[in-house]
Design a binder for this molecule. Structure first.
Ligand SMILES: Cc1cc2nc3c(=O)[nH]c(=O)nc-3n(C[C@H](O)[C@H](O)[C@H](O)COP(=O)(O)OP(=O)(O)OC[C@H]3O[C@@H](n4cnc5c(N)ncnc54)[C@H](O)[C@@H]3O)c2cc1C
Length: 501
């Protein structure tokens, strides 16, 4: 009997699931996918680079068009929104936005891949002309059209996360005077403050006015409803165009109304096969779900395309009767602002503290190539290791060309629960155009391993997060007790002498 699968959302997670299931199961599955927007399988990740001019046209950001999916046997219905899920009846209600028609479709299995909704400040003027989000290709097209027609001179980017930072660079490259406003104390709050400081300096270095600790209180518009200024507690910031990069939250209103279980961060909770907990016929993946952080052991909302694609592939396999799992994430992400590359994996100091780890940190300054090699540039690596066991907990990298993707070595080490001592022996590639003879990751691992050993003998001084200690010596690993102190040794010698007598 043919299994009927309904997919809600036709981007990374949804269409990866649909394509994978069709590839494996062929005619044994009938797949109907609904997408309320105008594009399928597109790269939102490419929007900042399209706006900046690195990518010349929208079509290049579309991995697979609706027609290409249809040719592969998937009944993809565009501009059609799912408005209700009836789990008991196994039906969805859909609204064809173009035809204005509402109808329902039945399913044996349902895939929820509705993505995320961008955070919009509920402030007066937030919907003014000249205020743009960058969630969809239509958003990117609208912003580019505005840059072309309105010829703004001053841009304000609200939010200093990775999307805000990438969009700030895009605005600089259009020749605009750019201000980034963020209510937190640093841009890139996915980094520790010491590493984010380098990003802050690099942004200022390319002329971006970075206003941290600054909350937006409203948007001032002219009589023509066009944005004039972003209002903050520190005064108005004149703006001809505003880009909102305030992050996203899981798009789970439909799922919640259907009674499906949500986690603390508002995302759908699934098992490792991406089956919604307690609902064997419902699968979910991508930005609408929460994932397990394998380092902290806690569930998180990590809205990244890399996870959405993997989720989709896992769902597709399982729907087709094959078997695949998504065990979790270690928190790896890369970004850049102009030539400065930014990377992170694992836990920041505050995450490690929250998760209950005692830890050591080291920060090393190194170079991207051999020190004598033309074009070698600076990079900084911060490494965090568990104080007791030396287990790697996290790495952050800020540096120039060739820095960011070194994070993958650290991500692999984290995935395999390696200690920093293990990492010191990694066989990493070396030739002068690519790395110093001691790769910066190896240098950081060596120093972190030394810090773990010192912490074990109590020779470090105390600091935030408890990563340096004056306290009694601790075992390096469970069951491995440190040698007794001098006084204890003397007592032991006296006891042995007494036995011998
Ligand atoms: C500007 C930007 C830059 C990014 N850069 C990166 C990056 O560098 N690296 C990275 O890993 N990630 C990046 N991301 C994140 C990445 O794009 C997302 O994680 C990924 O697109 C999530 O895929 P998804 O399928 O879960 O959701 P989405 O891509 O959001 O797709 C969900 C789809 O569901 C549709 N939908 C929602 N509700 C309904 C409904 N009721 N009925 C029908 N259709 C519905 C939506 O229209 C949408 O097309 C970036 C995102 C943005 C916005």
């Amino acid at each position: 009997m043919t299994e009927r699968i309904v997919v809600i959302g036709a981007d990374a997670a949804g269409m990866s699931a649909a394509a994978q299931a069709k590839r494996i199961a062929g005619d044994a599955v009938e797949i109907v996918a609904f997408e309320r927007g105008g594009q399928s399988s597109y790269s939102a990740c490419g929007i900042p680079y399209w706006v900046a001019g690195d990518v010349d046209e929208l079509e290049r950001l579309i991995a697979r068009s609706p027609d290409a999916h249809r040719r592969n046997g998937i009944d993809l219905r565009m501009r059609t929104e799912v408005t209700e899920i009836d789990l008991a009846a196994g039906r969805v209600t859909v609204h064809d936005l173009a035809a204005g028609r509402t109808y329902s479709e039945g399913f044996d299995s349902l895939v929820i891949a509705t993505g995320a909704v961008p955070v919009r400040p509920p402030l007066p003027g937030a919907d003014a002309d000249g205020v743009f989000g960058v969630q969809t290709l239509d958003d990117g097209a609208a912003l580019l059209a505005d840059l072309d027609h309105a010829k703004p001179r001053r841009a304000v980017v609200v939010g200093g996360g990775y999307i805000g930072v990438e969009m700030a660079e895009a605005m600089v490259r259009h020749g605009l005077a750019v201000t980034v406003v963020d209510q937190s104390a640093q841009p890139m709050s996915t980094l520790d403050p010491d590493m984010a400081a380098a990003v802050h300096r690099a942004m200022e270095g390319i002329g971006i006015d970075v206003r941290t600790g600054t909350a937006v209180t409203g948007f001032e518009t002219g009589a023509d409803r066009r944005i004039r200024a972003v209002l903050t507690a520190g005064g108005p910031i004149p703006a001809d165009v505003v880009v909102l990069g305030l992050g996203v939250r899981p798009n789970t209103a439909l799922a919640r109304e259907a009674g499906l279980p949500l986690g603390d961060h508002g995302g759908l909770r699934t098992n490792v096969q991406m089956q919604v907990l307690g609902h064997d016929q419902v699968w979910a993946g991508g930005d609408c779900t929460e994932v397990l952080n394998l380092v902290s052991g806690q569930h998180q909302h990590v809205p990244l395309g890399t996870h959405a694609n993997k989720h989709g592939r896992v769902i597709g396999h399982n729907l087709a009767g094959s078997y695949a799992t998504f065990p979790g994430v270690v928190g790896t992400a890369v970004s850049k602002v102009c030539h400065l590359e930014i990377a992170r994996t694992g836990l920041r100091e505050r995450d490690a503290t929250r998760a209950g780890f005692g830890y050591v940190t080291v920060t090393v300054q190194s170079t991207t190539k051999a020190g004598y090699f033309p074009g070698t540039q600076q990079m900084t690596v911060k490494m965090i290791a568990e104080r007791l066991t030396g287990r790697l907990l996290g790495v952050q990298i800020v540096g120039y060309e060739g820095s960011a993707k070194r994070i993958d070595t650290a991500a692999t080490a984290l995935w395999n629960r390696m200690t920093v001592e293990d990492m010191t022996a990694l066989d990493l590639g070396y030739a002068p155009p690519f790395a110093p003879v001691w790769d910066p990751i190896l240098v950081a691992a060596r120093q972190a391993a030394a810090a773990v050993r010192r912490a074990g003998t109590g020779r470090l001084l105390s600091g935030p997060g408890g990563y340096r200690t004056r306290g009694p010596a601790r075992p390096l690993c469970p069951g491995h007790e440190p040698p007794p102190k001098h006084g204890a040794r003397a007592t032991l010698r006296r006891t042995i002498r007494r036995w011998r007598r």
